[in-house]
Design a protein around this ligand. Sequence first.
Ligand SMILES: CC(C)(COP(=O)(O)OP(=O)(O)OC[C@H]1O[C@@H](n2cnc3c(N)ncnc32)[C@H](O)[C@@H]1OP(=O)(O)O)[C@@H](O)C(=O)NCCC(=O)NCCS
Length: 178
Amino acid sequence: MIVGEKVRLRPIERDDLPRYVEWFADPEVRRYLALYLPFSLAQEERWFENLLERLERREDVVLAIETAEGVHIGNVGLHRIDWRNRNAELGIAIGERSYWNQGYGTDAIRTLLGLAFREMNLHRVFLRVDADNARGIRCYEKAGFRREGVLREAVFKEGAYHDQYIMSILQSEFEANE
Ligand SMILES: CC(C)(COP(=O)(O)OP(=O)(O)OC[C@H]1O[C@@H](n2cnc3c(N)ncnc32)[C@H](O)[C@@H]1OP(=O)(O)O)[C@@H](O)C(=O)NCCC(=O)NCCS
């Protein structure tokens, strides 16, 4: 268990999977996640088997986000970890909508960054976010990320192309803010 100010990060268990089915059935949750279809339990089970292999190969770190009271509200992870250049891509989804806008996302990210920079000795963590995801962008800025580029019209959804931003934070910037 990795303890933050408002959240705890813990490994994902098979028992969590029915909650993912429920969360990703909601179009509002899928909207900024490049998911245009809901998932079945069988698909979530396959995703989980694949995740176990990636965790074993040290390619990814994916953890469940719980509130201090033990309510599972989402996932946060580092993907395609590049151990030579010491960077990785961050992804997050809070599936329990009633927990949005209360600082859980920012704290989950800060907690994961502590692990990335202080335990895994990564140098740079980056992410991609749709330009119309104002909540996500604000959350990442609060967590210390800065915008470093635009992927023009990189995403097609809801009948139109949208820009995506690349945002990143360096180990030194994280430490300067602690
Ligand atoms: C994006 C996400 C991780 C953010 O987590 P969160 O717990 O809701 O975020 P926080 O509460 O820490 O921060 C959100 C900030 O955005 C602000 N915000 C919300 N809607 C906003 C809007 N339309 N415009 C500007 N700011 C907005 C909030 O007020 C808050 O800022 P504040 O603390 O200064 O008031 C979460 O909402 C989520 O998982 N959403 C669905 C999936 C998703 O978008 N994932 C990210 C894909 S890149």
